[in-house]
Write a protein that binds this ligand. Sequence first.
Ligand code: ACO
Length: 312
Amino acid sequence: MGSRLIGYGSYLPEHIMTNQDFERVMDTSDEWITTRTGIKQRHFARDDETVADMATIAAQRALDNAGLTIQDIGLIMVATTTPELDFPSVAVQVAGRLGAKNNVPAFDLRGACTGYIYALHCARGFFTAGMHRRIMIIGAEKMTRFIDMSDRSTAVLFGDGAGALIFEHSSSSYSGIIDTVVMSDGGAFDCLHGTPDHKISMNGPETYRRAVQCMPAAARYIMQHAGITSENIDWIIPHQANLRIIHSCAAHLDFPMDKILITVDRHANTSGASGVLALAYAFDNGIIKAGQLVLYPAFGSGLTWGAALIRV
Ligand code: ACO
């Protein structure tokens, strides 16, 4: 039992914060941000805009795209690290706001920037077990809740947004979520973590070093496990944290940059929403076509990392 992708949707807050906007409020420059990270702009949510607000809009757009209503969904998983409320989950709030009457199971999972890969991993397991007919995966983050404008080394890196994907079970194991792998190393907690007062503590160079090891390793594992080479893959959508990390991963994998989707320049790092937003952007702009094979490596706080192989 496999799956197929039947709908997608995304939401980006209206307000765009450019590097030039940062130049006006802190000691930084477009030149520094661009050369160190590749980021040119990011979307910032309004103060009154919540993770659940953004997730609900992305979810409704995915349902519209699939021609479904929330009653047709058998499970909702939201990858988020930045919910405003400790309980209930964002997933349950989304179900409620969309008027679910089918007691749909719904829960959040926290995998930081790897959260959407963890969600895909769970979905693959549920489909393999034949447990759900349709699963909605949402990645939604309000990273601005953690942005400290007095810390220029992290403030410029992140953005807000939400993306949603709907998968349906299929008898083919060569479509939808074909393979996944997820890992963690809690011993590397100090690399990157949130603080109790909602700030980001990051050892940038060490995080960078681990990212360029772990993402290619996860990608290689998937290719070996699925019995494919880089030539079989149409697109790599790496977690969008930093263009230099992406370039380095491409070099490690000997994968040409023209097959690597880049959205970090326009979205910055949206953590658990990153890969879902990137795929939605690629569909909206006709970059990735139905039937193509996409490899999705990701890495984030935890440390956590992993990869998924998807035929879209
Ligand atoms: N503007 C101008 N100067 C800055 C800024 C800024 N926004 N931020 C830091 N600097 C300065 C530092 O103060 C330092 O100055 P100093 O030498 O006078 O002390 C100088 O720039 C160099 O700082 P480094 O930390 O050495 O810069 P580096 O080249 O390592 O780049 C960066 C920093 C971009 C954070 C890099 O380490 C990196 O990309 N790390 C990965 C972190 C990441 O992507 N985290 C996201 C979450 S994890 C994930 O999603 C994969």
